[in-house]
Design a protein around this ligand. Structure first.
Ligand code: GAP
Length: 440
């Protein structure tokens, strides 16, 4: 089935997953808001990642560092000098492009001979100019020199500058990791493909500190673990996932080796997560710029070293788009759209419906909601025909429909309907909790 990003955008708005920011003002470019279902799904995904990192791995701990940090951090990290994208403008129609959209070797292009993809005019594109992606702000009531600060473009630096405090407080021994989920901001030149590339987004990053020499093995280990996470935990189709290795000309200034996990979105294969061997680049630079000794003391071996860092860096919003893209299914036979979201991360686990709005059925259905709601996100729905109610929840990705009918009043049973197959079975009220437990 061919899915388009437009179909996904439309469903997201219709069902309350994702909205364009500032919608009533005509929108705000490349910024999005998450509606009631979107925030449930986003929370479920991030909790799964958090658990995987900080609970399943005993040697990984969490951190929540601030968005605003000392401006020198961005000099040390290289972002002030090198976090640039090449920008090209069309003088005719005012469209704006990233030069590398035309060719990865855009430096070799003769821009006078290139046609603007939007208006078709040749000779009106400017030469590429470097554009820094960091958002600037000022700290304190007066805007003057020395008050300049940046909204962080990645969460990673917050981990590096706290690494020694965390290590000391938690008595961590190398190898150990620090995980963080938080907002990042990039003034992207062009933002396309819905929530894939936005100016405000969330990252889920884990920095793993290893002894130099153990870095290559650790990278292989994390590559495999992160790949497995997508299909084993998020339920993403394995055939739509692949690795992409960064060749020398693609490698970031800090990386010795880098791999992307890519997903085949409706607009093509694109990166959802990066796994990087950052060596001791970041700690060495922060040591140099802060003047603080950041060496790790390996007591049993009585040696000091700067750990190497293996980074796993995922975008939460991209992960959510991956889930939505993978789940979208047009069931043409039954004329319905189904979001086949894995029950473990589905925003709502079950809808409870009285067959009719009378005869004591709503009261009985409400009792079931009360019985389940402390453990699972469930909703009550009595509006419209039962078929319509089910189809609404199919689009919302709700895996189970529980219906209370007149027989329920007699023998305390309900029907349970499965979203993907539409199969229905009769189960006792007592069995409902176990059924949800077994499937979620
Ligand atoms: N600390 C390393 C780092 O930030 P990156 O490849 O620039 O590496 C990592 O970003 C991940 O963050 C990407 O794989 C992507 O999922 C997400 N990401 C980056 N820029 C984004 C943007 N403008 N909008 C949404 N997600 C973005």
């Amino acid at each position: 089935m061919n899915k388009t990003i437009e179909q996904i955008v439309s469903l997201c708005k219709r069902r309350g997953f994702v909205f364009q920011s500032s919608d009533i003002y005509g929108g705000f470019s490349a910024v999005y808001d998450y509606g009631p279902l979107g925030i449930e799904l986003k929370n479920n995904i991030s909790q799964l990642w958090w658990k995987e990192m900080t609970q399943v791995h005993e040697n990984i701990v969490g951190l929540d560092s601030a968005i605003l940090m000392h401006p020198k951090i961005w000099e040390a990290s290289g972002h002030t000098g090198a976090f640039n994208d090449p920008l090209v403008d069309c003088k005719q129609c005012k469209s704006r492009y990233r030069a590398d959209e035309f060719s990865e070797k855009y430096q070799d292009l003769n821009w006078k001979n290139i046609k603007c993809p939007k208006c078709g005019t040749t000779g009106k594109l400017t030469d590429p100019r470097q554009f820094n992606l960091m958002f600037k702000t000022s700290v304190g009531p007066v805007e003057e020199s020395g008050t300049e600060a940046f909204l962080r473009p990645e969460t990673a630096q917050g981990i590096y500058v706290n690494y020694q405090l965390v290590q000391g407080a938690m008595r961590m021994k190398v190898p150990f990791g620090i995980a963080q989920i938080g907002k990042a901001f990039r003034n992207e030149i062009i933002a396309r493909n819905f929530i894939f590339r936005t100016r405000e987004f969330e990252q889920m990053e884990m920095q793993y500190f290893v002894k130099p020499g153990k870095d290559d093995g650790s990278l292989i280990d994390w590559k495999n673990k992160r790949f497995d996470f997508y299909h084993q935990k998020l339920g993403i189709s394995e055939s739509k996932l692949r690795f992409h290795e960064h060749k020398n000309d693609e490698l970031a200034h800090y990386a010795k080796e880098a791999w992307d996990i890519e997903y085949e979105f409706p607009f093509g294969w694109s990166e959802i997560e990066g796994i990087h061997n950052r060596t001791d680049f970041d700690l060495r630079r922060h040591q140099e710029f802060s003047g603080k000794n950041l060496l790790y003391f390996d007591q049993p071996n009585n040696e000091k070293f700067l750990p190497y860092i293996i980074e796993t860096s995922a975008g939460l919003n991209r992960m959510l788009l991956t889930v939505l893209s993978d789940a979208y299914w047009e069931d043409t036979e039954n004329n319905r759209i189904v979001m086949k979201i894995d029950p473990r991360i589905a925003p709502v686990k079950a809808v409870i419906c009285p067959l009719v709005k009378k005869d004591g059925l709503p009261e009985k259905a409400r009792k079931i909601v009360d019985q389940l709601k402390s453990q699972y996100k469930v909703i009550y729905d009595q509006q419209g025909s039962i078929g319509k109610r089910y189809y609404r929840q199919d689009e919302a990705g709700t895996p189970f429909g529980i219906t209370v009918d007149h027989q329920s009043l007699e023998d305390d049973t309900v029907t349970i309907r499965y979203r993907d197959t539409q199969k229905q079975e009769r189960v006792s009220n007592e069995q409902i909790l176990n059924l949800l437990k077994d499937n979620i």
